[in-house]
Write a protein that binds this ligand. Structure first.
Ligand SMILES: O=C(O)CC1=CCC(=O)O1
Length: 265
């Protein structure tokens, strides 16, 4: 289903699972698309509804001219969740998607019952780092940067396996304008203060070999929220849902059960 955002940007969405069941919303990261979740979907409990979509500028969604703001991306998430008639969802976001998830919880707690934050933080990098990256991509194109990004994303085990091929396809399929738009959204985001005011169940999942969002950076964000649980996946980089789908899905399934969103299987 296509959902139109407030500014007319058309977002490609997909929903699966039993109607009326508690919902899990999946938000991918920069240079990715909703196929990030393909390997974990069959491993999640059968009694939840799973909604995923391609962020603006990514996958099958429209690619408006850069830059994009975090406000726009949070508003997109609101539009997608509301268009599917959902409330009180569990929102799981990875990297840029995790920033959108945090921003959504700050703005619309009625839509967010719990957060699963994967390989993300309240603030990632510095404006200088992102400005440099944007300038490089504008100059050289994204194709020239694919191997550099994959090197940052993937843990040692995944570099030569099937996950590398799938990650390369996602990144290679991303348009320069969409990637740069997403870089600008990350660059302009610092959720440190508002996230420290959040009170809801949170599971943080880091990859021990993540070179994009190191475990300590992620831990600092998770520790802002009292009671949050933090897990580090061994032998995983920035894309555990692709690199370690069984481990990532087991953590998420356990959390869904712990907060009463799933009865099991
Ligand atoms: O591409 C990267 O290096 C890491 C990243 C930061 C935000 C995001 O979504 O990806």
């Amino acid at each position: 289903m296509i959902v139109e955002a407030r500014d007319g940007c058309r977002l490609a969405t997909r929903i699966e699972g039993p109607e009326g069941a508690p919902a899990l919303v999946l938000l991918h990261g920069l240079g990715m698309d909703m196929t990030l979740w393909d390997a974990v979907l069959p491993l999640l409990p059968g009694d939840i509804r799973v909604l995923r979509y391609d962020l603006r500028g990514h996958g099958g969604s429209d690619v408006p001219p850069a830059p994009y703001s975090m406000g726009q991306m949070v508003s997109d998430a609101e539009a997608v969740i509301e268009a599917h008639g959902l409330r009180e969802t569990v929102v799981a976001g990875l990297s840029l998607g995790g920033m959108v998830a945090q921003g959504l919880a700050v703005k619309r707690l009625d839509l967010v019952r719990a957060l699963i934050l994967s390989n993300t933080a309240a603030k990632i990098g510095t404006p200088k780092i992102w400005d440099d990256r944007i300038a490089t991509i504008r100059r050289e194109g994204l194709a020239a940067q694919v191997e550099t990004v994959l090197d940052r994303w993937l843990g040692r085990d995944a570099r030569h396996g099937s996950a590398a091929g799938r990650a390369r396809r996602m990144l290679g399929g991303t348009e320069v304008e969409g990637y740069i738009g997403g870089c600008a959204a990350v660059s302009g985001t610092d959720l440190w203060t508002p996230v420290s005011g959040l009170r809801l169940p949170v599971l943080g999942i880091a990859g021990a070999e993540d070179r994009s969002v190191p475990t300590d950076l992620m831990r600092e964000t998770v520790e802002l929220i009292p009671g949050a649980r933090f897990e580090i996946l061994r032998r995983a980089g920035h894309l555990p849902p692709m690199e370690r789908p069984e481990d990532w899905a087991a953590l998420v399934s356990g959390q869904l059960r712990a907060i009463g969103q799933s009865g099991g299987a």
